[in-house]
Design a protein around this ligand. Sequence first.
Ligand code: FAD
Length: 378
Amino acid sequence: MVGAGPAGAMAAWRAAAGGRRVCLLERKSRVGTPVRCGEGIGLKGMTASLDIDKRWILATVSKACFVSPAGLRVTLADIDESYVIDRTVFDADLVERARDAGAEYFPHTPVTGIARREDGRYRCVTPRGAFDAPCVILADGIESNLARDAGWDTSLKLEDLESCAFCHVTHPGIADDTVCFHVGSGQAPGGFAWVFPRGKGRANVGLGVLGTFCEPGKARRCLHRFVESRFPGASADDEHCGGVPVGRWTRPLVRGGIMLAGDAARQVNSLSGAGIGYGLYAGRLAGDVAARACSGEGCDQGALQQYQKEWASGLGIQQDRSYALKSMLLTKNNDAFFDRIARAFARSDPKRLNYKSIFLRTFARHPLMMLKVLRLFR
Ligand SMILES: Cc1cc2nc3c(=O)[nH]c(=O)nc-3n(C[C@H](O)[C@H](O)[C@H](O)COP(=O)(O)OP(=O)(O)OC[C@H]3O[C@@H](n4cnc5c(N)ncnc54)[C@H](O)[C@@H]3O)c2cc1C
């Protein structure tokens, strides 16, 4: 297992729980740091793969607020419960669970190359020595240099990559129970800005600029402008940048005895950029399938294909839909469109609004779009 983020740690946990000998190789000395994530996750995204531990939760969220390019606000007062979690605690905890199940964990162990040996096993080369295995799960994140070495085309089209900048903001205007999304070409071209509360008046504030609208330093400049205008006088710290793959999931997910999971396989909700839940789900499937396919005799590589089948018929469908919706909504300069939607809902009772009703009423006004959307859900 390469990479101890949510996808890799979950895969290691499941494969070890399935009775296999597992080595989890991680290049960082401390997993989960620095945090390159807004740390938001819905109840369903989390519980599809594991039960929630209260220690991970920084804030519990029940409201969502959408702000249009012209500043019109639409609030949903009763969304499915969602959380902002502490990824440093969460990622470390997942690794502990993998270890408790019997996985051996090797921090500070970057894998620098992967090669197939004559006996069909794979050799992961690290500065600490070589690790040989009949099956390797690559969960090495968005860069995934190892997937490229193993024969995958890991290049991302500009329209399939969000360039993000984010920081922590402390400000009295931050509501601890509300997530906010701001759209508009003036704030986050081709993407959106987010404010995810971390409790005690603090929030993860960030934004993504779609690759097609990006140039060096643009995401950071947009972030600084956004923070100054939205939270005047606020203190902002812990600033980082990172990329989110918002394209389609990688096909194939399995080559020989190598499987891809998480960001390495571009398994992310293409519309929202949320990848924690997808990574956990993919890691769970990959770990379970690997445990069944491997034995003392080696690995039945044909049996690994089950992973792609299960992914494709599960969250894979959801990702395909989110990709199609993103292509319709976020890739163009849609400011006027978003303002029209916001105007239609800005005076609605927040308690009566939900995502489904907004989607249905919006697309009902745009019959061509409605047809396209209906085709997605057939
Ligand atoms: C700015 C930003 C905000 C985001 N906000 C959200 C959010 O609010 N909600 C959400 O659900 N998702 C969010 N995401 C996406 C989410 O963070 C990722 O989808 C998720 O972390 C993917 O998990 P992973 O395990 O696939 O990869 P990662 O978490 O990236 O883990 C990969 C691991 O592999 C290790 N590694 C890499 N190369 C090697 C190597 N050669 N050898 C050994 N180890 C290696 C890395 O050190 C790392 O620990 C955000 C992403 C960004 C950039």
